[in-house]
Design a protein around this ligand. Structure first.
Ligand code: OFO
Length: 177
C-alpha cells in the first residue's frame, strides 16, 4: 500500500509526464505548421513515449491500491522561433524531468518504500536515454545552423525514427507518416 505522500508524489509526476506529452504534441504541430514533417514525426513519437511514461506510473499507483488521479495539465507553449529553439527546449525540459525523477526517488526512500524505489529505477534509466537522444538531435540541428539544405537533411533523418509501443500501451497505431 502506498503512503498518501507517495501516492500524491506519483500522481504529480504522472501529471508532469502528461504535460511532456502535451508539450511534444505542441511541438509536433508547430513543426507541421512550418512544413518540417520529419521533426513533427519525431515529436509525435516522443509524445507517445511520454503517454507510456504517464500510464505506466498511474497503472503502478492503481496496482498498489492507491488512487490514480487526473490532475489539470498545464498548457504548453504553442510556437518557437526556430527548430533549434524547440530542440533546445526539449533538452532543457528533459534535464528538468530528470531532476523531478530524482526527487521522486528521494520521496520513496524517505517513505521507506522499497517497491516504489525499485519501480522508479525504470524511469531513472529512461531519463538517461531521453537526455542522450535529445542531446544528439539538438547537436544535429545546431550543426545545421541556418543552412536550409542541412536542416532539410536533418528533417529527413528524423522522419525515420521508429518507436514500438510496449504491449498494452499501443496508443498511436499508425503514427508513421
Ligand atoms: Fe518522461 O521522459 Fe521525457 O519528459
Amino acid at each position: 500500500m502506498l503512503s498518501e505522500k507517495m501516492n500524491d508524489a506519483l500522481n504529480n509526476q504522472a501529471n508532469r509526464e502528461l504535460y511532456s506529452a502535451y508539450l511534444y504534441l505542441s511541438m509536433s504541430y508547430y513543426f507541421e505548421s512550418i512544413h518540417m514533417l520529419g521533426f513533427a514525426h519525431w515529436m509525435r513519437l516522443q509524445a507517445g513515449e511520454e503517454l507510456v511514461h504517464t500510464m505506466k506510473m498511474l497503472d503502478y499507483v492503481a496496482e498498489k491500491g492507491g488512487r490514480a488521479k487526473m490532475l489539470a495539465v498545464e498548457a504548453p507553449k504553442l510556437s518557437w522561433d526556430s527548430p533549434r529553439q524547440a530542440f533546445q527546449h526539449v533538452w532543457d525540459h528533459e534535464r528538468a524531468v530528470t531532476g523531478l525523477i530524482r526527487a521522486l526517488v528521494k520521496v520513496a526512500e524517505e517513505e521507506s518504500d522499497a517497491k516504489t524505489t525499485e519501480f522508479l529505477q525504470w524511469y531513472v534509466k529512461e531519463q538517461v536515454e531521453e537526455e542522450e537522444s535529445s542531446d544528439s538531435v539538438l547537436n544535429r540541428v545546431k550543426s545545421a545552423g541556418e543552412d536550409k539544405a542541412a536542416l532539410a537533411a536533418a528533417d529527413r533523418l528524423l522522419s525515420e525514427r521508429a518507436f514500438k509501443f510496449p504491449r498494452g500501451f499501443e496508443i498511436f497505431p499508425g503514427t508513421s507518416r
